[in-house]
Design a protein. Sequence first.
Length: 145
Amino acid sequence: MRKPKLIPAAPDDTEAAFYDAMHHADIERLMACWSDEDDIVCVHPGGPRLIGHAAVRAAFEALFANGSVQAQPERVRRLDTGSCSVHSLVERVEVLSDDGPQHAWVLATNVYVKTAQGWRMVAHHASPGVRTEPLEITGPGPVLH
C-alpha cells in the first residue's frame, strides 16, 4: 500500500523533498514537488529554458540516467510574500574526478507557490558557479543592465 502524499506545510519542506529526490534519483518524488501549473520553468546550468511538465521531467530523467545528483543547498536567502516564496541559494554539488570526489558550485533560484496541495515549485533556475567557493556581494555591486 502506498503512503499518502504529505502536504508540504512550508516552502522549506518542498525544497528539502526536491533535493532529497535528487539525492535518490527519484523522478516521481521530484516531480511531485512541482506545481500542477502548465507553465513551470526549469533552467539547468548552461541549458535552455524548459517549460512545462514534459520538458522538465525529460531533463531530470536524462540527468538521472547518469545516477543521482548529490546537490546540497547552502546559504539560502528567502523572500516570503505570503503565497509565494523565492529562495536564492548556492548548491554544493559533489562530482567525481580522477582525484576523487570534488565540489562544484551552482547558483540557484527556486520559486514556490502555495497551492491547495501545499507549497509547490514553479521555477528552478540554476547557473554555473565558480570553481572555488563563490563570493557573495551584499552591498552595491556591478550594474549588468
